[in-house]
Design a protein around this ligand. Structure first.
Ligand code: ATP
Length: 323
């Protein structure tokens, strides 16, 4: 009997998701399976927005950011009744397995489906890089490069005006994007969710930068840090006279998600797509496809849900040495 497999994207969109969708559909079709796309994530499973897809339906998408299937946050899927409805809709179409592309919350949803007996394979995709079971996730590389371009541009204007700039980057409760863009962009200081910030110490770092003749000072703030852009600006404004320099802040926000996927993210998405199809072919379900030590891997969903990837403290040490 022909295998029937559906694919969806859920949670925050990430550049490279389209490469993963394309790869899942094309690798599945090559196996002779019937492939389906679900629109708007788990919401589409519940409302029955499920369509057959073929090789040509995923043409011309690899270079596009976002997700051609659409994504959504779906509170109804967090209920048993919502998930039962989703499973019923899939069975009605004869769909026997599901590939779920998304981040932490999304893979918790996959795990819940798996626990209800429906065969699922997850693909690690989030710009936050907070998902256990993959060293790097789809979208991180592109988001990092967008943050880096913003840092480079801010440094140019900061140098002209002898100002300190704060750039806030995304990442929820994970400091990976802030840390890596801060190191790559040569930031004077970085605030992170994982490490408490001492604003006095940070101000001294910026002051020292000016005293040592630097023409600019740049802080990369993680959105989930105790001192994000708003809180740091408030501190600097209150202490302006004492600090001796003025501060401007920029919040990068969703600009960070919207880029053209980098070569790295397109290739990662393509490799993860094949990884998911091959896992299903082996009969391996209830797993997350990721990359560990440069190899495409599968990790049981039960080992990754409810966990957040720890920050690499060696990288934190490096950032401090280079400021
Ligand atoms: P990103 O971190 O990149 O934004 P994400 O996948 O972590 O992506 P979330 O908004 O956390 O995004 O989750 C996406 C969807 O996953 C939710 O809207 C919900 O439908 C489903 N989901 C999240 N947590 C659960 C859960 N505990 N049980 C079932 N479904 C869940």
């Amino acid at each position: 009997m022909t295998k029937k497999v559906a694919v969806l994207t859920s949670g925050g969109d990430a550049p490279g998701m389209n490469a993963a969708i394309r790869s899942v559909i094309r690798c599945g079709v090559r196996k002779g399976w019937q492939m389906f796309g679900v629109q708007h994530g788990y919401q589409g499973l519940i409302s029955g927005n499920i369509y057959e897809m073929n090789t040509r339906d995923v043409g011309g998408i690899i270079q596009r950011g976002g997700t051609m299937l659409g994504s959504a946050r779906c509170p109804e899927f967090m209920t048993v009744d919502g998930r039962k409805l989703a499973i019923r809709n899939m069975y009605q179409l004869g769909i026997d397995s599901l590939v779920v592309i998304g981040g932490n919350g999304t893979q918790t949803g996959s795990y819940e489906l798996h626990r209800m007996g429906f065969p699922v394979v997850g693909i690690a995709s989030t710009i936050d890089n907070d998902l256990c079971g993959s060293d790097i996730t789809i979208g991180v590389d592109t988001a990092l490069n967008i943050a880096l371009e913003a840092i480079d541009r801010l440094k140019v204007t900061a140098s002209s005006h002898q100002r300190a700039f704060i750039l806030e980057v995304m990442g929820r409760k994970c400091g990976y994007l802030a840390l890596m863009s801060g190191i790559a962009g040569g930031a004077e200081a970085i605030t992170l969710p994982e490490i408490p910030t001492d604003p006095e110490e940070l101000a001294q770092t910026l002051q020292a930068a000016y005293e040592h003749g630097k023409s600019h000072a740049l802080v990369v703030a993680a959105e989930g840090a105790d001192y994000n852009a708003a809180k740091l600006t408030e501190f600097f404004v209150t202490n302006r006279d004492r600090l001796g320099f003025s501060v401007r802040s920029t919040i990068l926000g969703h600009v960070q998600r919207g880029g053209t996927p980098s070569a790295y993210d397109r290739n990662l998405g393509s490799r993860f797509g094949l990884g998911a199809i091959e896992a299903l072919d082996r009969g391996e379900t209830g797993v997350l496809v990721g990359q560990i030590a440069s190899k495409i891997t599968t990790t049981p969903l039960e080992d990754i849900v409810g966990k957040t990837k720890a920050l690499d403290m060696e990288l934190v040490r490096l950032a401090k040495l280079l400021d």
